[in-house]
Write a protein that binds this ligand. Sequence first.
Ligand SMILES: NC(=O)c1ccc[n+]([C@@H]2O[C@H](COP(=O)([O-])OP(=O)(O)OC[C@H]3O[C@@H](n4cnc5c(N)ncnc54)[C@H](O)[C@@H]3O)[C@@H](O)[C@H]2O)c1
Length: 319
Amino acid sequence: MKLKIGIIEDIHEDGIKLLENQPDFDYEIIKNISKDNLIKRLPEFDAITLRNIPLGIDILPYCKKLKVVSRHGVGFDNVDTKFLKENNIKLLITASANAVAVAEHVMFMILNISKGKTLYDNAVRSGDFRSKVFKNETFELSNKHVLIIGFGRIGKNLIKKLKGFDMKVSVYDPFIESNTIESFGGTKIENLDNVLSDIDIFTIHTPLNSKTKNLITLDRLNKMKKNTVIINTARGGIINENDLDKALNDNIIFAAGLDVFEKEPPNLNNPLLKNNKVLLSPHSATFTKECSSRMSIQAVQNIIDFFKKKIDDYMVVKL
Ligand SMILES: NC(=O)c1ccc[n+]([C@@H]2O[C@H](COP(=O)([O-])OP(=O)(O)OC[C@H]3O[C@@H](n4cnc5c(N)ncnc54)[C@H](O)[C@@H]3O)[C@@H](O)[C@H]2O)c1
């Protein structure tokens, strides 16, 4: 009998093509992601791909045949890993698909903010060709000091791009040896609090967990320089949103770039959505056509490899 794969929410067509004509697998795309529908439908699947919707204890006990969850992405804070471990359900991630796109998104945010976001474009369109462009609102990246918080797949890809802009790069990641960081041209920071007042740009690349939630609060923001820029493409909640909004409004720091939010989609009355010191994107760092294709293929290939007992360890989360 064929194994059944549930594709929860649409994925790029390249991943679906891979599933067509597979002799050992049937698949179905589940577009209705209401809890009721998932409880009704998921019991029939041996494997699922999962984007960002929560997969918790309210749904998982109904997944009686489930042997593997294949994340379309690398973060897994939306999955109840305790339940998976206790029930011997494997968790796979698209480990080699995402880093380039996210690192490029960070560069997009840093460059955009450094050039005043839409300042120049607005100036030309509004006929203000000569005056606004000379305002002191833009800055160079060269020689600025960046702190990468979390030096995994994305942090390691990003550092090459930052060094290409002649930036000084330090890294805060208690789990990575200084030798490794130095081999990428960075400097290891042992204590985050000791460097807060030295850094021009912070960029966050840790998972969201009990240690990283509220890693950046008003207490730490207050110790930063006035020209500080913070980029968060990791997960909402690592920077406290209310504190960030206050720090921007009170000119404690200069600007922020956010791809991720504590609640997604964010409420329209979230003050950060109205704060023009913030550059926003809708959790879209991986939405390039190349990365969408890679992630869909890898999420599907991981399931096939898992059942054929040839899954690469790099794709398996150690629960
Ligand atoms: N915006 C997006 O679309 C998007 C896409 C991909 C990944 N992400 C997020 O980015 C995060 C990083 O992705 P990755 O592939 O680089 O992950 P990774 O697992 O390769 O790297 C994470 C790094 O964070 C470090 N770390 C863990 N706890 C830390 C702490 N308390 N302080 C400092 N460092 C800590 C780890 O040692 C590791 O080196 C993911 O967890 C995910 O949530 C977001």
